[in-house]
Structure formats: C-alpha cells, structure tokens
Design a protein around this ligand. Structure first.
Ligand code: HEM
Length: 492
C-alpha cells in the first residue's frame, strides 16, 4: 500500500493503544502527575488529546429529522421503464444498485422516543454508476404546505415552545389555522398511521413531483411510492405508551434485530406518471405537494424492489454523518416546478455544509461509488487524495472532458415575476375523500385526535371555529361532529 494514500481507520487491529498520530500509549489508566497525588502535567499529551476529542464528539443534530435509523441493501429493477427514463440504474429488469436508507421521525431531538405522532422520513440513497440518486421521502404521500417559504415557520410551530421547550397543540393549531392546504396531511397524521408500529411496517413516498426524461427527451411527471411487503402496522395510543415507555428506541432496535436475524425488510417501488402536455386536465395542480394523484386515473406502475440486508457498522459514520438531498439526481430523473421541491433543492446541502462541513460529500456514505472528478477541492477537512497539477478548467494538459450531454426537460418557461398562491388550491376535496374512505371506528379515532388537539386550553374560540369550518368544507358530517364536541360554530 502507498503509505501516503493511507486513510485513517481503526480496522487495522493495532495490538496496542496509540495516540491519534500513532505513537504507542503505555498507560491509558492514569494521568501523568507530579508524584502519586500531585497536579496533572499539561505535557500528558495523550490525556489532553483524549479529552479534546471527547469534548468535540457531538456535531449539530439535524434541524429536522434528528432521530433516525439506517441500514444498507440493494435496489433491483423488476419492470422495464426504460421508455420513460434514460436513468442508467433503471435500464432493465435484473439490474441491482446498492442503497443506504435512513428512516426518521421529524420534529423531536436525536434521543427522542420513536413512538410519537409525527411523519416518518424515508430517505434512500442509490449508489448508481452515474452518481448518487437521493429519493428523500416520507411515509405519507402529501405534505403540510406547498410553498417552502413557510417551512421554517411550520417547523417552529411544530417544535417545542421556545420558552418552555414543550411541544404545544395551541401553537400547532394556531399556525395551521392559516393553512387549509394542510388538511390533507392531517388526515394522515391524525389517522392511525400517524404512529407507525416501526420502520419496517410503513410505506414510503417521494411526495414531491419529479420528472422522468427518456433518451429521446420526452418528459413525464412522476411520483415515487414504496410499499412495504411486511404490511402497514400502526400503534394505537395505549400501545404507543407501552412500547415507548419500555424502549424509546424500539423502531431502531426492530430494524437492527430483524436484519441481524436474516429477516430482511423489503419494499416494492411503484411510480405514477403524468404527461406534462395534459397536466391541466385535473381539478388539482399535479405539482401541488398537498395532493395525491388518484390511483384510479393514474395507476401505480411497478418498477422494482428494495431489500435491506445489512446493518450499518457505525452509527455516527453511517447515520449522523449521512446526508441526503433532493437535488442529488442522475441523468433521466429531474426536478419539477413543484415550489416545495424547488426550495428543498437549496436547503439540504446548505444545512449539510453547516452540519458536517463543506466536504461532507467526501464522507464515505455520502461519496459516490463511481469514478468522480472536478476541481471543487480544499476547504475544512478535505481528506481526498489528489496528485494532479492542473486544478483548473479548461486545460490542454488535463484529459478529463465533459460528460456526454443528457436530455433536460424540454418544457419552455415563461411568465412574470410573481409572489402568489397557485390557482387550483382545491384544499378540501381530497381530505374529505380520505376521511370518508375510513371505516366508522377509524373516523372516530381521527375525530378524537382532532378534538384533543383543539381542546388545548390555549386554543382560542376563533381558531377552533376556523378549524371546524375547514373540516365542514371537507366533509359536512365531520364538521358537524367536531362542532358539537367542541361546542363551536364554523366561522366562515
Ligand atoms: C421546503 C420544504 C422542506 C425543507 C426546507 C426541508 C428541509 C430539511 C432539512 C434542512 C433537513 C435536514 C437535513 C440534514 O441535516 O441532513 C431535512 C431533512 C429531511 N427532510 Fe426535509 N424539508 C422540506 C420538506 C420535506 C418534505 C416534503 C419531505 C418528504 C418528502 C422531507 C423529507 C426529509 C427527510 C426524510 C429528511 C431526513 C433525511 C435524513 O434521513 O438524513 N422534507 N429537511
């Protein structure tokens, strides 16, 4: 091995303790003191280094999705969709691609219980031959808001009160009373699936609309969906209290244990597609992330399967330092003009440069597994080995050339500068349909949770009646039931 290309690892099985610079440590028990009881000498370099490293062990936790569990495995194409996309990893059935997945809760801290009512993150990194593709999704197919401008406020409202550090329903109900587009998301969050049994028993969704582009340059809007083969299971309130009270890491443990036992979790990947030439024919905007695409008119098409068959070796390296970003796509998969997605394209790598440093993409779980090259280098914690003399472009000395051009979405963009809400808001139809699709017992549990949140003593009469009026527009009988139980009349 070339000693100068050596990368630090603790896997070389040194027979004895060493300092970080490799010097032997002959005593890892006692500090270096003057006499047996004397003060400690600053020259005890090993002690100083040990404490200094310890003092810096924590990095900032993710601003959202701080609590998570990851695992590795593979994705395999089972159905040919090469007519829709030129993505190399989707080129034909049988093709396998390594993946790393991170499941998470959203709102609470790194060490919080995994039994709280909260959406779950479902982020998949595909290590393809044409670079990584990050499908950074959730377990619900829609989202609370449709414009990323509102995301920081939304997260502040959902996070604990800045004064008391307690999550409080009055703040949540207050914020969302301004956002009827959130109703659809609440029909998932306040449904039984708002507390998944664990990470294996939940579906996933890319949520935002992306674009698939074929070799010929034809674009299709696409939504991605993961369906668990383990079946969807949830915890009702009383069960969640017992499970969470017994082990606040139960979902991480379930994932780790089942993989260790050879009981590998598996999901099937499906897509729905819309030809952008016909995007206006719906009563909703297909790029509105608060909407699902009805499966009876836009059917699910099978694409592949994902199997998680390997636990991570180290939580810090492969979970804390793992970084996903919806902007990380491959040729054949592109963004759409979905406003929320457009904001996400900026936000993830921005936070990761802060959370992990500017060279976070060099960290082993984040780095592509294919050959990669550019001249963005140096900066803090750069550990890439480079021995080129030419670090500029273009150069007659550097043989590296542009990649072959790949197709972009062909649509033409025109319009005035605007700061407006989309035209087809249609905030009430889909939440009403979803509520009516639940059986009566499930509807009753949904109502109880909504009444519970709106019964916070600090929720004002005005906020309660706004919510009742929203739900009445989604479903008359739901509105009536809420009005009776909360003793309010709809306000509009
Ligand atoms: C404008 C809207 C959004 C913004 C600005 C935003 C921002 C962020 C940020 C800053 C992080 C932390 C990333 C890190 O530190 O590595 C994050 C994590 C995450 N977000 Fe979002 N987010 C948005 C909407 C969404 C939506 C709609 C979804 C679901 C499709 C989603 C899914 C996730 C997931 C799964 C993670 C955790 C990734 C991991 O496991 O490391 N986010 N988001």
């Amino acid at each position: 091995m070339d000693p100068y290309k050596y990368r630090p690892a603790s896997a070389f099985n040194s027979p004895f303790w060493t300092t970080n610079s490799g010097a032997p440590v002959w005593n890892n028990n006692s500090s270096l003191t003057v006499g047996s009881r004397g003060p400690i000498l600053l020259e005890d370099y090993h002690l100083v280094e040990k404490l200094a490293n310890f003092d810096r062990e924590r990095i900032p936790e993710r601003v959202v999705h701080a609590r998570g569990a990851s695992a590795k495995g593979f994705f395999e194409v089972t159905h040919d969709i090469s007519n829709l996309t030129c993505a190399d990893f989707l080129r034909s059935p049988g093709v396998q691609t390594p993946v790393i997945v991170r499941f998470s809760t959203v709102i609470h801290e790194r060490g919080s219980p995994e039994t709280l009512r909260d959406p779950r993150g479902f982020a998949v990194k595909f290590y393809t031959r044409e670079g990584n593709f990050d499908l950074v999704g959730n377990n619900f197919p829609v989202f609370f808001i449709r414009d990323g401008m509102k995301f920081p406020d939304m997260v502040h409202a959902l996070k604990p009160n800045p004064k008391t550090h307690i999550q409080e329903d009055w703040r949540i109900m207050d914020f969302f009373s301004h956002h009827p587009e959130s109703l659809h998301m609440f029909t998932f969050l306040f449904d039984d699936i708002g507390v998944p049994a664990d990470y294996r028993h939940m579906d996933g969704s890319g949520v935002n609309t992306y674009t698939l582009i074929s070799k010929e340059g034809k674009a299709h809007y696409v939504k991605f969906h993961w369906k668990t083969t383990c079946g969807v299971k949830s915890l009702l309130e009383e069960e969640a209290v017992i499970v969470g009270g017994t082990n606040h890491s139960h979902a991480t443990k379930d994932l780790t244990d089942s993989i260790a036992a050879g009981n590998y979790p598996e999901w099937k990947l499906f897509i729905q597609t819309i030809d952008p030439d016909y995007e206006d024919r719906f009563d909703f905007d297909p790029l509105d992330v608060t909407k699902t695409w009805p499966e009876d008119i836009i059917p699910l098409q099978p694409v592949g399967r994902m199997v998680l068959n390997k636990n991570i070796d180290n939580f810090f390296a492969e979970n804390e330092q793992l970084a996903f970003c919806p902007s990380i796509v491959v040729p054949g998969i592109y963004y759409s003009d979905d406003k929320l997605l457009q904001t996400r394209i900026f936000s993830y790598s921005d936070t990761q440069r802060h959370r992990l440093g500017p060279n976070y993409l060099m960290l082993p779980p984040n780095a592509p597994k294919c050959a990669h090259h550019n001249n963005h280098h140096e900066g803090f914690m750069n550990f890439m080995h480079r021995d080129e003399e030419v670090n500029y472009f273009p150069s007659r000395y550097d043989p590296v050339r542009h990649a072959e051009r790949f197709p972009n979405p062909p649509g033409v963009l025109t319009g005035r500068r605007e700061k407006v809400v989309i035209e087809k808001e249609n905030n009430f139809k889909q939440p009403g349909e979803r509520y009516r699709s639940m059986d009566p017992a499930r509807q009753e549990r949904f109502i109880k949770r909504m009444v519970g949140a709106l019964s916070d003593p600090r929720v004002t009469h005005e906020v309660r009646s706004i919510w009742v009026s929203y739900w009445s527009q989604a479903d008359k009988s739901l509105g009536q039931k809420l009005a009776t139980r909360l003793n309010v009349k709809p306000s509009m």
